[in-house]
Design a protein around this ligand. Structure first.
Ligand SMILES: Cc1cc2nc3c(=O)[nH]c(=O)nc-3n(C[C@H](O)[C@H](O)[C@H](O)COP(=O)(O)OP(=O)(O)OC[C@H]3O[C@@H](n4cnc5c(N)ncnc54)[C@H](O)[C@@H]3O)c2cc1C
Ligand code: SF4
Length: 490
């Protein structure tokens, strides 16, 4: 098979790349490892969804100073199919910092604003609006009582109808995963999407990338390997698989050495009133008082997720279904100032090996964040706050909460989670630390770009999807512009 442009991965970065290039008149093929599902397949049980749509059924461990559980999507639409749809633009000074640190060209707030605006219009980003579900309303009550900055966070889920199955795929198509509108639009513009194709290697002719070798995963050709030739390859496999594929293909300079992530500590609060958190969308408020170092927001709550969160500190009452009706889950997230690495699997299971070394600053911020979150929830009327961390006592009073303002949570007992990884292949004009130039063109080879969360030079400090989409569109448009210049030039 031959194509003009090959896009690997159909998540936030891959879909925007495919759409922009197909609408720009290029011949595009998208190879996606995961299967394609329709909204009729979505909203099933968490176990079924994790088996179908998550990489490794949602069990991606990150090893290092503190173990972190990581989940990402592996299906047509990638992680956007299972994410929560929260939408954030990063602050202008963070983008300015990227320019200073990485010499990143043309990515200031004013350069990116049209691309954020484009994505927001396409995805119908907006507020859920009142009346809020109880898990949101109590959180807001705490926010008001503390007098802190924050409020309802916009989402890419217009018309959300509270099925509480965002992580299982949205069965109403309210949440704008890439499979809902943008990828079909790319197909209407001529892009071909092949699901169930895992790219194993990039193929080279000297310094030129000439295509890929992929393994077919499903159907009667399952197990067969195919080669696909392309004039240009965009790798959009996400923050762990992109560096793993580059390294498997012999491209190693600065690849997979600077992984960043947002570590999250979950808490479960019990209120006197009935909340029924599993019957509505997750809490919609984000607390900005301590951002960008610490953010707080709402976490997904199902009986299974509650069991996992409370399992760190088992207690009899959580077994009681009636007690669970009074609970809701929230998170404390930190910017992530530690660093990690990604390497391809060495035991043949296909899963990249991910390591992350938490910084002391992150642990201190988590501890302070936990203290402040507990204070807010107590002010909201919570009777008790359970940290989803091994052996830590529940917080029942202001004094219990304030204790964590003075000392750090014990590293060895932390049980953290994340769904935000990035920066494993930073872009910019500092060749010694940037895998690719400011527009994602990989150094040392021709015919190869990266265009997904791996390219963000550093932590965006906020939900990353908006920035992945904005930067991906900027890069794809620049690719079209340069190609047009080459054709026009004599
Ligand atoms: C549960 C969850 C909740 C989240 N909530 C939010 C949120 O509320 N707001 C927000 O901004 N962000 C959220 N995120 C993060 C956000 O979804 C990601 O940052 C974003 O999707 C990253 O885009 P990407 O293109 O880099 O990767 P992805 O969207 O993950 O897409 C990568 C795609 O590449 C495919 N792929 C990988 N390797 C190969 C290969 N070798 N061959 C072929 N295909 C391959 C994968 O199967 C996948 O489909 C969440 C993520 C998760 C998992
Ligand atoms: S809670 Fe809203 S956005 Fe999430 S799956 Fe249900 S309808 Fe879709």
């Amino acid at each position: 098979m031959k194509t003009d442009v090959l896009v690997i991965g159909s998540g936030a970065g891959g879909t925007v790349t495919a759409l922009t290039l197909a609408e720009g008149g290029r011949e595009v093929v998208v190879l996606e490892e995961g299967a394609r599902y329709s909204t009729a397949d979505y909203g099933r049980t968490p176990t079924m969804a994790m088996g179908r749509m998550f990489r490794a059924r949602g069990m991606n461990p990150i090893m290092g100073s503190v173990p972190v559980a990581y989940a990402e999507g592996c299906c047509v639409g990638g992680s956007t199919e299972i994410n929560s749809g929260f939408w954030s633009r990063p602050p202008a000074d963070l983008l300015a910092h990227w320019k200073y640190e990485f010499n990143l060209a043309d990515a200031s707030e004013s350069d990116l604003i049209e691309h954020y605006g484009w994505a927001e219009r396409e995805l119908g980003v907006g507020l859920f609006g009142r009346p809020w579900p109880p898990s949101t309303a109590v959180f807001d009550r705490g926010l008001q009582a503390m007098g802190w900055k924050g409020g309802e966070q916009p989402r890419a889920a217009p018309g959300c109808s509270n099925t509480n199955t965002c992580a299982q795929g949205c069965p109403t198509a309210a949440k704008q995963g890439m499979s809902v509108q943008l990828l079909p639009r790319a197909e209407r513009a001529g892009a071909r999407v092949l699901a169930g194709y895992r790219v194993e290697r990039l193929l080279r002719a000297g310094a030129r990338i000439r295509g890929v070798r992929a393994r077919i995963l499903d159907g009667e050709d399952a197990g067969r390997r195919v080669e696909i030739a392309a004039e240009h390859v965009f790798v959009c496999c996400g923050p762990t698989e992109t560096p793993a594929l580059l390294r498997r293909s012999g491209i190693t300079h600065a690849v997979g050495n600077t992984l960043g992530l947002h570590p999250y500590l979950k808490v479960v609060a019990r209120f006197p009133e009935i909340i029924d958190a599993d019957k509505s969308v997750m809490p919609l408020i984000q607390v900005k008082e301590f951002s960008p170092d610490v953010t707080m927001g709402g976490a997904y709550f199902t009986p299974g997720h509650a069991a996992v969160m409370l399992n760190e500190n088992p207690m009899e009452e959580a077994r009681d279904r009636e007690v669970r009706r009074h609970m809701a889950a929230y998170y404390v997230g930190v910017r992530g100032t530690g660093r990690g690495s990604v390497r391809p699997s060495w035991i043949g299971d296909g899963l990249p090996r991910i390591h992350y070394w938490m910084s002391r600053e992150d642990v201190t911020n988590l501890s302070r964040g936990f203290a402040q979150m507990s204070r807010l929830l107590l002010a909201a009327g919570a009777e008790v706050v359970y940290p989803a961390s091994f052996g830590l006592p529940p917080v029942r009073s202001e004094a219990d909460a304030r204790a964590w303002l003075e000392r750090d949570l014990p590293w060895t007992d932390l049980a953290l989670q994340t769904v935000h990884l990035f920066s494993s292949c930073p872009i910019g004009e500092r060749p010694e630390r940037c895998v690719a130039d400011s527009f994602g063109r990989v150094r040392g080879v021709t015919g190869l770009s990266i265009n997904d969360a791996s390219m963000l030079p550093d932590s965006p400090g906020v939900n990353p999807q908006a920035t992945v989409m904005a930067m991906a569109r900027r890069n794809a448009l620049e690719f079209l512009r340069r190609a047009a210049r080459v054709v026009v030039a004599p």
